[in-house]
Write a new protein. Structure first.
Length: 109
């Protein structure tokens, strides 16, 4: 992005919400666009099994960013948000190995 700073996406943890980043956003928003998706509520609302897959959560974060028309962005996350940011940054290959929370074996992050 020539002449523009890349937006940053702040990904909250398991028990968090986008508002948890409020103090950080205040400082960051002086120099760049900030996106804070509330991904767990949307995924949980569509999920009847009460199992939240890392891939589904990561997909929801990316979808929230794409809705804003953004293709390139930086990521920061806390707790589960850090795991999601890692999966998103690593790309689709890693998303398949992240699997679902609560499962044993290689599909667990």
């Amino acid at each position: 992005m020539i002449g523009e700073k890349v937006p940053i996406v702040l990904v909250h943890g398991t028990m968090g919400k986008s508002e948890d980043w409020s103090r950080v956003v205040e400082e960051l928003s002086n120099s760049r666009s900030v996106i804070r998706p509330n991904y767990i509520e949307r995924v949980a609302g569509r999920n009847s099994t009460n199992e939240l897959a890392i891939k589904d959560l990561a997909d929801e974060v990316v979808a929230a960013v794409r809705v804003e028309g953004i293709q390139r962005f930086d990521l920061a996350g806390g707790s589960l948000g850090a795991a999601l940011a890692t999966c998103i940054a690593a790309g689709r290959a890693l998303l398949h190995t992240c699997g679902r929370a609560g499962h044993s074996g290689q599909d667990r992050l």
